[in-house]
Design a protein around this ligand. Structure first.
Ligand SMILES: C[S@@+](CC[C@H](N)C(=O)[O-])C[C@H]1O[C@@H](n2cnc3c(N)ncnc32)[C@H](O)[C@@H]1O
Length: 384
C-alpha cells in the first residue's frame, strides 16, 4: 500500500465525520476509538459485494489496482465480507461501522467494566472495545479457529491484546464470567440462557434477533428486559460447532421450485403483510427457523420459504391479484408465517422500535409493545 499513516488517519477522520452526520455516532469516547483504531489491518482482503448482495471478486489491500475500491470499502460505512464458505455463504464480516457505533454506544461502557464479545470475526470491534476499556477487560470469542488466530495477530500488530479464544458462543464463555457487558455480533434465533447467566445483574446484554438489536438489562433475578433499537441490522447467524444453520438461496430455490406440494389459493392481504418490512421483522422474530428468498420471473412474484428445522417448504406465487400457495412437509409454514403476520396486524402494525423483549429466567421470550405491562404481549414459540 502506498497510503501513508497520515492518509489512513484522514480516512478514519472522514469515517468519524460521516458517522456523526448520519447520527450513528454521538459519544465523544466512542468517536475517539473510531478515530484511533485503523480498520484496514483487520481486513486485508475483502469480498466485493454488489447492491443485490451478490459476492464478487476479492479486493486485496496489497494490489495497487484494487486500492481505490478496497479503501472505499474499508473506510466507507459498509459491512465488509471477509470470509465465505465453499457453498458461497458469508461466514464472517466486519460489521457496518455505523451499526458498530450504535451498538458500542448502546453498551454504555465505563472504565472498570468487563465485556464479552461473541463473534470476534476480524477483531476490529474487539480492538475498539480494548481501546475503550483496556485489554484486560475484553474477552472475544469466535467459533472459527482460523478467524481467531488471524484476529489475534491483527490485534497484536495494532497494539491490542484482549483475550481472544475459539469457543462456541452459543454456550457463552463461563471461564471469565461474569461480564458487565455482553455483545453478540452474530444473530441468534433465541437468546441462549447462558448469556443471561454470564452477565452481571444490572449489566447489559446486546443481542441480535430477526434484524433488530436489543439491549437487555439483566435484573437481580437474572431476567433480561429491553426495547429494540431504531437501528436495524442483519447479522451473520451464529452457527453450531457442527455446521451451517440454514439453507442457501440455491437450496431454497431447488426445494421450492422443484417440488409440487399441496396447492391452495392464498390471500393477497397475507402476502402484503408478509412483505411489509415491519411485518417481516415480526414474522422473522416469531419464526426464526424459516428462511425466505424471492424470485421475480416475468413480472410475477414467487416467495420461497424453507423451515430449516423440519425441511418443510412453501412456494407463494403471485400473479396479478391471484395468489397460489404450494406447501410440503410436516409443518404448514405459510400458515405459521401468516399467523405471525396477522398478530402483528391486529396489534396495530407496530414498527420494530416499538417492540421490546423480556427473557425470563426459564428462557421464555416475551415480546411487548412500548411497555412490558401494556395490553399486547406475546410469548414467542407458544403457537408452535
Ligand atoms: C459479523 S461477524 C463478526 C464481526 C466482528 N465482531 C468484527 O469486528 O469483525 C460474525 C462472526 O460470528 C462468528 N460466529 C458464528 N457462529 C458463532 C458461534 N456459535 N460462536 C462464536 N462465534 C460465532 C462468525 O465466525 C463470524 O466471525
Amino acid at each position: 500500500m502506498t497510503l501513508t499513516d497520515a492518509g489512513y488517519r484522514q480516512r478514519r477522520q472522514h469515517l468519524v465525520a460521516r458517522l456523526h452526520t448520519t447520527g450513528h455516532l454521538t459519544s465523544p469516547t466512542v468517536a475517539g476509538a473510531f478515530a484511533s483504531v485503523p480498520r484496514h489491518p483487520f481486513a486485508p482482503a475483502v469480498y466485493d459485494v454488489n447492491s443485490h448482495g451478490q459476492v464478487g471478486d476479492v479486493l486485496h489491500a496489497t494490489r495497487p489496482e484494487h486500492q481505490d475500491a478496497y479503501l472505499a470499502a474499508v473506510y466507507g460505512d459498509e459491512a465488509i465480507v471477509t470470509q465465505i464458505s465453499t457453498d458461497g455463504r458469508p461466514t464472517s464480516s466486519s460489521t457496518q461501522p455505523g451499526v458498530m457505533a450504535v451498538m458500542l454506544e448502546a453498551l454504555d461502557l465505563h472504565p472498570g467494566m468487563t465485556v464479552l464479545e461473541i463473534g470476534t470475526g476480524t477483531g476490529y470491534n474487539a480492538a475498539l472495545l480494548a481501546h475503550l476499556l483496556g485489554d484486560h477487560a475484553v474477552t472475544s470469542i469466535d467459533i472459527d479457529p482460523h478467524l481467531v488466530a488471524t484476529a489475534a495477530t491483527a490485534l497484536d500488530h495494532a497494539g491490542y491484546r484482549p483475550t481472544v479464544v475459539t469457543a462456541d458462543g452459543l454456550a457463552g464463555y463461563p471461564q471469565r464470567a461474569p461480564y458487565d457487558r455482553l455483545i453478540a455480533t452474530c444473530s441468534v434465533r433465541r437468546v441462549p440462557a447462558a448469556w443471561l447467566r454470564h452477565t452481571t445483574p444490572g449489566g447489559l446484554l446486546l443481542a441480535n434477533l430477526s434484524y433488530g438489536v436489543v439491549p437487555l438489562r439483566i435484573d437481580n433475578n437474572g431476567a433480561g428486559h429491553g426495547r429494540f433499537l431504531p437501528q436495524v441490522a442483519a447479522f451473520i447467524e451464529a452457527r453450531p460447532a457442527d455446521g451451517p444453520v440454514g439453507p442457501t438461496v440455491a437450496d431454497m430455490v431447488s426445494l421450492c421450485m422443484g417440488g409440487t406440494g399441496t396447492t391452495s389459493p392464498g390471500n393477497p392481504r397475507d402476502v402484503a403483510l408478509f412483505t411489509d418490512p415491519h411485518g417481516e421483522f415480526w414474522w422473522r422474530l416469531a419464526e426464526p427457523s424459516i428462511y425466505q428468498c424471492t424470485l421475480l420471473p416475468d413480472g410475477e412474484e414467487v416467495h420461497c420459504l424453507v423451515d430449516a428445522d423440519t425441511g418443510s417448504w412453501a412456494r407463494i406465487h403471485t400473479q396479478g391479484p391471484t395468489v397460489t400457495v404450494a406447501q410440503s412437509g410436516p409443518r404448514q409454514i405459510w400458515h405459521a408465517v401468516t399467523t405471525a403476520c396477522r398478530r402483528w396486524d391486529s396489534a396495530g402494525r407496530p414498527t420494530h422500535d416499538h417492540l421490546g423483549l423480556t427473557i425470563d429466567c426459564d428462557g421464555t421470550h416475551t415480546i411487548w409493545i412500548d411497555t412490558p405491562d401494556g395490553p399486547h404481549t406475546w410469548t414467542l414459540d407458544d403457537s408452535r
